[in-house]
Ligand binder design. Structure first.
Ligand code: GDP
Ligand code: MG
Length: 887
């Protein structure tokens, strides 16, 4: 039961986490803060931002609001709330591009684009069908600004936000939306860092930064938001951070989004020639006139280092421009169209300094923006007042502004999470004590299970005896697991995820755990990356680092893993054992989480263990939870580590696999995506399971920690499960790729054994040329030749001489089986948005995959077959022949 808002926001944010300005600039980041109030209800939101909006209190929901929601077809979601599940499901619009005819399609189009990280997501409008171009001159003017078929993008954003935020129970309160912002993590390089490779990675809600606010008094001919966008962009890399007048439908009058406050951040990349500001700055933007939104204005004045007021000359008088609060003194700057005598008079009357005024006069935008940038820079230098988003909540409370997180269920969930995390001092110790079923014991178990399949050390014993011996050893370890009673932490965890507020709990827990490991992990990971790139890097160091990273990691997945081990140990007991009975409900809890949109660990990256019984039970519970006999299709991605695999899946399906800036992907994880009723028949499935795998290592690296086998098994397992396998190739490391292709070929070949011919797609990343397909023909031919060679070699090893060609084992279409995807960023991160080429190419890949489903032959993996496969000894026991010869 996902609480809509947090979910939706997480989509936006997570993207943003890494993709920064991505989409939304628009939803960019999605939203952040909402404010609603008495006469005027507002929501504050936005990418890196917040918003607010207006509704008449006397009318409950408010007529304007109601009408807009009705037009957008969102009324039912105002009470029910949109869930992540709904937003991510595959429906008839997921992969079709019919022009939008009605307003009620706009929110869905926006969401669809948001999910695919399209940075123009906010520019949604109905295709013009009324032929206004041909109409008479007469009433055009009216039509332009108030066309019934158009809605201001901010209104759409606000409406979607209102319909997805489960915290919004009460219309009549201004609310600060802190919860959504909690997740955003940003990486940047301030100029004060002397070390060229150093960077800052932090949870932006906690960062203490100067906050600069932009507000408007009366009407002003300058588009504040557009100027702000320019202010935040290097001219070579202009980005629409804030919705403004000159955007698609930006001229349509706002119906519900005045009063909204949005926040965004300027983050330097460390290059003086690119950066607009040398240090990070938070920027707040109030929509509407401060005369109508005094609370918001007061709030911003108390929080800000400087406030820029875009004013209407006639309105400049003492009352309106005084700082509304005594508490703090931001520097006020007045930005106006042009200077005139009446302004001069007021200025001298009020004893204001000339330096506090900025006039546009006849300057062009470039000069004007530069002037504001300088003022802003000076203001920050002169006043070192800093503020974090979390501390904004204190100011909000004093002003009677609600904070969304203060909702009771959210606080209860927080208390539960704190209960667990307060016990963590040392991660390693904590894992030993509170999660005792994993670690050493699990590594031993995993080894035994592997040996059970491989029988490598059978020596001169009889196979039967040897197997029995292994079984006894295994049972002993299971018994040992059973004797360790469930830790208090685990019983606490299990009880917390059994409660309705589990989504909040899991997010609080995840954030707290990430904060704990954050103290060491980013540096370790960066070091690891450097060492790996370094050709003559010390391999031993790399292996050490890898171990260190793994032991310093602690995430929610470790708790779920412990659950899986509790279960596996319990089911090794006799059927009627009490302990077993007590734990038999665990798979159901996990199946529920999977349905809620959480990911599930399929292969444990630390021990290479696959908890077969656990996964089987989770899937069979899943089958009971949804209607029985659900068919699923499985999509998997394989490739070198850090080649953008997780990013690819996230962009394609809107899911949240960890990308390297967050936690690292160890093992394999799965996400479940629902297919709507209308598409089930066509796509021949009810659910799509996507599997993200940890990156495969080159043999050289793998040697260090004996991970060949692990990689090999991982590839075999996931290929075995999947209907479509995406092989991700980042061009830069093609030699590494060759080694990895070998692993994959072996995996495919073994799959042939169980009679399944899988579809395979190659994705070439960072290739942007329009002629990519043609000009890479030779490369492709070469790749295929290599694959054929490898296939033959592998076939020899596996004693299948009849197999000669790659296409004998894989369903790979040499004409259509390759996709070329341009680079992810449009410009230089952190201020770069996701490139539209990336997002569109990934969308094309998604369409292709759906086409494959449609044509899939009936010998498909249904739910049952899937669990069968999981059980299948074949997969689990795939002998890793690959390196046996030369390893
Ligand atoms: N420059 C660039 N960076 C990318 C691209 N794709 C992904 N990344 C970044 O590379 C890092 C690793 O991506 P991730 O998806 O975690 O890779 P994985 O380890 O293969 O799953 C992340 O920080 C991504 O933002 C790309 O096409 N170009
Ligand atoms: Mg990954």
């Amino acid at each position: 039961m996902w609480h809509g808002c947090s979910q939706l926001l997480e989509i936006c944010e997570q993207k943003i986490i890494d993709q920064r300005e991505c989409i939304i600039e628009s939803a960019k980041g999605g939203t952040e803060s909402v404010i609603k109030q008495g006469q005027t209800q507002r929501v504050s939101e936005r990418q890196d931002g917040l918003l607010i909006q207006e509704v008449d209190e006397r009318n409950g929901l408010g007529n304007i609001m109601k009408e807009l929601l009705e037009n957008l077809g969102l009324v039912k979601y105002y009470d029910e709330k949109l869930t992540l599940h709904t937003v991510l499901q595959i429906d008839k619009n997921s992969v079709t591009d019919v022009p939008v005819q009605s307003l009620s399609d706009l929110p869905w189009l926006f969401l669809k684009r948001l999910v695919m990280l399209q940075r123009t997501a906010r520019s949604v409008k109905c295709s013009s069908s009324d032929g206004t171009e041909d109409s008479e001159w007469a009433d055009d003017q009216e039509a332009e600004s108030d066309c019934p078929q158009s809605v201001n993008p901010l209104d759409i954003l606000t409406a979607v936000f209102l319909c997805s935020d489960s915290f919004l129970h009460d219309n009549n309160q201004i609310t600060l939306m802190l919860w959504a912002m909690r997740d955003i993590v940003k990486k940047y390089r301030p100029h004060t860092l002397s070390d060229a490779s150093a960077f800052v990675e932090e949870r932006i809600a906690l960062s203490e930064l100067p906050l600069v606010s932009f507000v408007r008094l009366g009407r002003c001919n300058i588009s504040k938001s557009e100027i702000l966008n320019k202010l935040l962009s290097n001219p070579q890399q202009y980005t629409d951070t804030f919705v403004h007048f000159n955007m698609d439908c930006g001229n349509i009058s706002k119906k519900i989004s005045d009063g909204l406050v949005e926040i965004s951040w300027y983050l330097p990349c460390g290059n003086k020639n690119i950066d607009v500001f040398p240090e990070p700055v938070a920027i707040a933007n109030l929509r509407g006139d401060i005369q109508n939104f005094e609370t918001q204005y007061t709030f911003l004045c108390e929080a800000s280092t400087a406030v820029f007021v875009f004013f209407e000359s006639q309105l400049l008088d003492s009352q309106l421009i005084s700082v509304p609060s005594q508490k703090s003194m931001p520097q006020l700057f007045f930005v106006g169209d042009s200077n005139n005598n009446s302004i001069k008079a007021t200025v001298s009357k009020l004893n204001l300094k000339k330096s506090n005024f900025i006039f546009k006069d006849r300057q062009n935008d470039a000069d004007f923006v530069e002037k504001i940038q300088r003022k802003l820079q000076d203001a920050i230098k002169n006043n070192n007042h800093k503020m974090s988003v979390v501390r904004l909540a204190e100011i909000a409370l004093n002003l009677g502004i609600l904070v969304d997180e203060d909702a009771e269920e959210c606080q209860r969930a927080k208390a539960s999470a704190d209960e667990i995390t307060s016990k963590i001092n040392d991660i390693l110790q904590f894992k030993k004590k509170e999660l005792p079923l994993q670690g050493e014991i699990l590594i031993k178990l995993a080894k035994l299970e592997k040996e059970e399949c491989q029988l490598k050390k059978v020596g001169d014993k009889s196979v039967e005896d040897y197997k029995h011996e292994l079984l006894m050893q295994k049972n002993k370890l299971r018994e040992e697991q059973c004797t360790k009673d469930m830790s208090t932490t685990m019983s606490y965890f299990i009880s917390a995820i059994s409660k309705p507020e589990r989504a909040y709990f899991l997010k609080w827990l995840r954030i707290a755990l990430e904060n704990k490991s954050h103290e060491v992990l980013p540096q370790l990971r960066e070091l690891y990356k450097q060492k790996c790139q370094d050709v003559c890097g010390n391999k031993k160091e790399i292996a050490e680092l890898d171990k260190k990273i793994s032991s310093s990691s602690l995430g929610v997945e470790h708790f779920i893993r412990e659950m899986s081990q509790l279960y596996e140990a319990a089911v090794s007991l006799p059927e009627d054992a009490l302990y077993r009975k007590q734990l038999e409900h665990l798979p159901k809890l996990c199946a529920q989480l999977l349905l809620d949109g959480f990911l599930l660990e399929l292969v444990d990256g630390d021990s290479s263990n696959i908890p077969v019984k656990w996964i089987t039970s989770v899937f069979s519970e899943l089958n009971t939870l949804v209607e029985p006999e659900n068919k699923i299709m499985v999509v998997t991605v394989l490739g070198v580590q850090s080649s953008g695999k997780s990013t690819l899946l996230n962009t394609m399906f809107g899911v949240q696999f960890a990308v390297s800036s967050g936690r690292c992907t160890r093992g394999a994880f799965i996400h479940l995506i629902k297919v709507t009723e209308e598409c089930k028949a066509e796509l021949q499935c009810d659910y799509i399971v996507i599997i993200d795998t940890e990156g495969l290592k080159s043999p050289e690296l793998a040697q260090l920690d004996n991970s060949y086998e692990h990689d090999n098994e991982l590839a075999t397992l996931v290929v075995g499960l999947s209907d479509v396998t995406i092989v991700n190739i980042a061009m830069e490391n093609s030699t590494e790729m060759k080694d990895i292709l070998q692993i994959i070929v072996h995996a495919f070949l073994r799959m042939e054994e169980i009679g399944k011919k899988h579809k395979c797609l190659f994705v070439h990343q960072n290739v942007a040329d329009v002629s990519a397909h043609v000009s890479n023909m030779r490369d492709r031919k070469f790749l295929l030749e290599q694959l054929d060679e490898m296939t033959q070699a592998a076939a020899k090893m596996e004693n299948k001489l009849e197999v000669k060609k790659f296409t004998n084992v894989m369903n790979y279409d040499t004409e259509t089986g390759d996709h070329y995807i341009p680079g992810l960023w449009h410009g230089n991160p952190p201020m770069a948005p996701v490139s539209i080429g990336y997002s569109e190419s990934v969308y094309a890949l998604k369409k292709h995959i759906m086409e494959i489903f449609k044509d899939y032959n009936p010998r498909r993996s249904g739910q049952n077959q899937h669990t069968e496969q999981c059980k299948s000894e074949k997969i689990h026991r795939m002998p890793s022949v690959f390196y046996q010869g030369d390893g």
